[in-house]
Design a protein around this ligand. Structure first.
Ligand code: FE2
Ligand code: FE2
Length: 303
């Protein structure tokens, strides 16, 4: 163990935060469609030099919509998993029960938050953005894996949200303030979730043999492959949504470049930035020596 995370401290931190969906979106709190929603390190619209500034902004916003949808989607499997993890020990450590139930409650709130932002997006963007799914099917496929593999996937996702905010959002003064507020409020609560994930992984790992751990790490990589397949499909949909929104058509080389750059952008946003988070790598190495190097090697393709 190379951390000092506890159920009691994460519970106390969570209880100090306490925002509601209505504090962040609705009424006067509207999206500003003259501003980008995602940082350039995630959207990667600038390499597409054949797009005009307003087309780059439109693509950035389509990717912002995809970000809202993808997080809503992954949180649909995080919520039942955390509840299932809490339930067998409801009479155990009181801090553990309260911290995990609070985690689940916050995740239900985040699902609601991302849906409300999508409603605002749909009301203001002007055309339809196609998305992958349905979330229930992806959730079922992920949850069919070894619990340790699912817990690792969740830890990956939640450390990733920490990195998104601190590496590329907090200092970006150009982003839409409302979208930035969503990312900030999500980051504030995900900080506790990532610590609880670490404790979940450790608890599940303690009950596993080395063979089980190897299997779970293999299945974590399979879940990554499943999500990658979904993300690649989402890029195709983003291309269609972009053409619908702008009326723009591409020649073959422009289309090829759009797909190539955007595939790498979503891979970094949702896979590489989680797989290479130092705390996630430390958790992997704590489970089984040598795992860190294995995952780092695979992550190189998602930079
Ligand atoms: Fe969340
Ligand atoms: Fe979370």
């Amino acid at each position: 163990m190379n951390h000092q995370f506890t159920y009691q401290a994460t519970l106390a931190a969570s209880e100090k935060i306490n925002w509601s969906v209505e504090d962040i979106i609705g009424g006067e709190r509207r999206l500003n469609f003259t501003k980008p929603f995602l940082s350039e390190s995630q959207a990667r619209v600038e390499p597409l030099s054949f797009l005009s500034p307003s087309e780059k902004l439109t693509l950035n916003q389509i990717r912002g919509h995809g970000y809202l949808y993808t997080f809503g989607l992954v949180e649909e499997f995080i919520l039942p998993f955390v509840l299932d993890h809490a339930r067998p020990q409801l009479r155990g450590d009181d801090y553990r029960v309260r911290a995990l139930l609070r985690f689940a409650g916050e995740e239900a709130k985040h699902i609601h938050l991302f849906k409300r932002f999508r409603e605002e997006f749909e009301a203001g963007f002007g055309s339809v953005c196609t998305v992958i799914g349905p979330p229930e099917e992806i959730s079922r496929a992920v949850l069919s894996h070894h619990p340790l593999a699912v817990a690792l996937t969740i830890a990956h996702i939640e450390w990733m949200t920490q990195r998104h905010y601190t590496d590329s959002v907090v200092d970006d003064q150009n982003l839409d303030p409302q979208f930035k507020s969503l990312l900030k409020h999500h980051w504030m609560e995900e900080a506790q979730h990532a610590k609880l994930d670490t404790l979940m992984v450790e608890a599940l790992g303690e009950a596993c043999s080395d063979v089980d751990i190897d299997r779970a790490i293999g299945e974590y990589l399979q879940i990554g492959g499943l999500l990658d397949g979904g993300l690649q499909q989402q890029v195709q949909f983003d291309l269609e949504s972009f053409m619908r929104a702008t009326g723009r058509d591409f020649n073959d080389s422009e289309r090829e470049m759009f797909i190539r750059v955007q595939q790498q952008a979503v891979r970094w946003t949702f896979l590489g930035s989680g797989m290479t988070h130092p705390n996630f790598l430390a958790t992997l190495e704590g489970l089984r020596q040598g795992t860190r190097a294995k995952v780092e090697q695979i992550a190189a393709a998602f930079s």
